[in-house]
Design a protein around this ligand. Structure first.
Ligand code: ZN
Length: 632
């Protein structure tokens, strides 16, 4: 970059680019006395005008939000430009040649002036719009008609048609004294062996800046013999067009986005049209690229997000896998954005254009109105992967949900989210809070990737995973000590266990390995079969298909039982009743969790039925406890 631009050139821009002229393309100004002009502030939401422009002094000021400055800072703020970019745009528009301090030559190192590229697009847009009325454009008009767009809406959006001939626009623009270099730089014309139109035989949407100036086109394939297969083509990046920041429809939506502090992001050009026509005037779309952080920055600017972000951004995602993935990606993006982001999902998977076509304007408005917070959408997608009726499913679900919630930077939201996941999963709020704290304490990188590994580890996939099957729990793990001791008694003293053992089944073993051991025991005829058969425990061992189970059988067969002599009937009974009590406690916890997730008003019958079961289980648990006391 050469030296700084000469001060007198900057002064000339300030003088020639009249502030009332520049502001007028964004704000409707009215006389306010004393030579001042007044309008509704484009930088904050207001009902009565407090935005003032003083043309003679060349500055603006808003008494509502205290924004103020000169013509250059106005353009910087409203278009999100740097000082140099804003200066250059104004210089182009008002015919000021910018010179640098260290060079006396007038500099223009980057090819054609911005103003020329804008002008070429203006002429091209008018030309294309005119072509939409020609006989050749019948297919294009049919395409619009089939999607519920009439001539008036085509005109509002400036929709056009690129002739199939391939040089029509080139000839037209050459006739208007544009050079081939200007047209190639603008992206309107391409250079091969000769020059030809960038778009041929396609339906075109002009992509405009907030100011309404066309800077590029989106082009849809409409002819079966189109040599280019891509359904949509877009202008490539140029000095005036940057695909990572352009938002289709922003020119029409800008004012309403600022006023309502709400923006709707849809997928395509026809969706933007459908939304605006259906009464959702805040709709925009990205052009041929996914919504990224740069787009988020642009939108936040139009939402007039100063220090804290208060606006609302609504994405219409498909409810399908792709949509869920997109939502998850958005969740991982700009975090300030996330807590203000909403998702509108059409249950039948219709995009706004089809929705309007099939169910009318009101259905589109309804779709947007029934938005839900992105985090809730993402969390409920995550939770559907777990069986919340099982304690281990809830533990895994809570861990994953807590990791997502802890990644939200807006800490003021975290507690509310923790409360929400507690309700969604059916666990105590304190447990959810503690899990979120634990997740936050884990190092972001390793915590996240470990977490991702375990994400899909449900009991079903574990069983299928083979070598990854959980090992025998540690001897010291108190959660499984009763299961372990009971199995040891059964394997080592099958003749001593008596009939009391008939009361237990595989569900009494919460660890998958112990459950497998019990199943192997049952398959070998149960302990009764082993009472007088010295080869029984060997049969149990070899009957187990899974090596983890058979090795557990041998381990449990040699580890000393925790009683010095052959187990007494009371010792066995105490363990069996305790095991059953633990099973009952798990069922009580599952039921309480389901009750917590059930709305007693909406699902009164279910709720009452579960409540009845809960009372019965509590009673059963008391009986088991009494039996343990009696067994001693
Ligand atoms: Zn203001």
């Amino acid at each position: 970059m050469a030296g700084r631009i000469r001060d007198d050139d900057i002064a000339e821009v300030r003088e020639k680019a009249r502030i009332d002229d520049v502001v007028s393309s964004y704000v409707t100004l009215k006389r306010a006395g004393g030579g001042s002009l007044k309008g509704l502030c484009p930088f904050h939401d207001e009902k009565s005008p407090s935005f003032n422009v003083n043309p003679s002094r060349g500055f603006f000021h808003c008494f509502g939000c205290s924004e103020g400055g000169d013509v250059i800072s106005f353009l910087m703020k409203i278009e999100g430009l740097s000082f140099g970019e804003a200066l250059e745009r104004l210089a182009d528009k008002y015919g000021v040649v910018l010179r640098r301090e260290d060079g006396d030559a007038a500099e223009r190192p980057r090819g054609p002036a911005r103003g020329r590229l804008i002008e070429a697009h203006k002429v091209a847009q008018e030309y294309y719009a005119e072509q939409l009325g020609t006989p050749d454009a019948l297919v294009a008009r049919q395409f619009l008609g089939q999607r519920g767009f009439d001539q008036a809406s085509a005109e509002t959006f400036g929709v056009g048609f690129a002739p199939r001939d391939g040089e029509a626009l080139l000839r037209h623009l050459r006739g208007r004294r544009f050079t081939d270099e200007e047209l190639v730089t603008a992206g309107l014309v391409k250079r091969g062996r000769s020059h030809y139109d960038a778009f041929r035989g396609r339906l075109l949407w002009p992509i405009r800046e907030a100011s309404g100036e066309t800077i590029g086109f989106g082009a849809r394939r409409i002819f079966d013999d189109d040599r280019i297969e891509a359904k949509y083509l877009n202008t490539g990046d140029s000095p005036i067009y940057k695909k990572n920041t352009v938002l289709y429809g922003i020119d029409l939506a800008r004012r309403e986005i600022a006023r309502s502090s709400q923006a709707v992001v849809v997928e395509g050009y026809t969706d933007v049209m459908a939304c605006h026509l259906a009464g959702v005037p805040t709709a925009v779309a990205t052009c041929g690229t996914a919504f990224g952080d740069d787009h988020a920055r642009v939108l936040r600017r139009f939402l007039h997000d100063h220090e804290e972000f208060r606006g609302e951004v609504i994405f219409t995602f498909d409810g399908d896998a792709a949509g869920q993935k997109a939502a998850l990606r958005a969740f991982g993006g700009d975090q300030n954005f996330v807590s203000q982001t909403y998702v509108a999902v059409e249950p039948d998977g219709l995009d706004p254009c089809d929705l309007r076509l099939q169910k009318g304007d009101a259905a589109v408005r309804e779709l947007i109105a029934t938005r839900k917070p992105l985090y809730r959408f993402v969390l409920s997608n995550v939770l559907t992967r777990y069986d919340l009726d099982r304690a281990d499913g809830r533990v895994d679900a809570l861990r994953e949900a807590a990791a997502l919630v802890s990644s939200i930077r807006d800490k003021s939201k975290v507690d509310a989210f923790a409360r929400e996941i507690a309700g969604m999963i059916g666990v105590d709020v304190d447990d959810a809070r503690a899990e979120v704290r634990r997740a936050a304490a884990r190092p972001a990188s390793t915590g996240r990737s470990d977490h991702r590994d375990s994400r899909r580890r449900t009991p079903e996939t574990d069983a299928a995973a083979g070598p990854q099957r959980p090992q025998l729990p540690s001897l010291r793990d108190p959660r499984f000590s009763i299961e372990r001791e009971t199995l040891k008694i059964v394997i080592q003293h099958p003749g001593a266990v008596g009939r009391v053992i008939n009361g237990i089944g595989p569900d009494d073993f919460s660890h998958p390995v112990y459950r497998g051991v019990w199943e192997a025991i049952a398959a070998a005829g149960g302990p009764a079969a082993g009472a007088d058969d010295s080869g029984w425990s060997t049969r149990v061992r070899f009957g187990a298909v899974d090596p983890a189970i058979s090795s557990a059988v041998s381990e449990l067969g040699v580890e000393p039982v925790l009683t010095p002599s052959t187990p007494e009937p009371g010792y066995v009974a105490k363990h069996v009743y305790r095991l059953q009590e633990l099973t009952t406690m798990r069922r009580i916890a599952d039921l309480k969790s389901r009750l917590q997730r059930t709305n007693p008003v909406e699902h009164q019958t279910d709720y009452n039925k579960m409540f009845g079961e809960l009372v019965a289980l509590e009673q059963h648990r008391r009986t088991l406890r009494d039996q343990q006391v009696a067994a001693q």
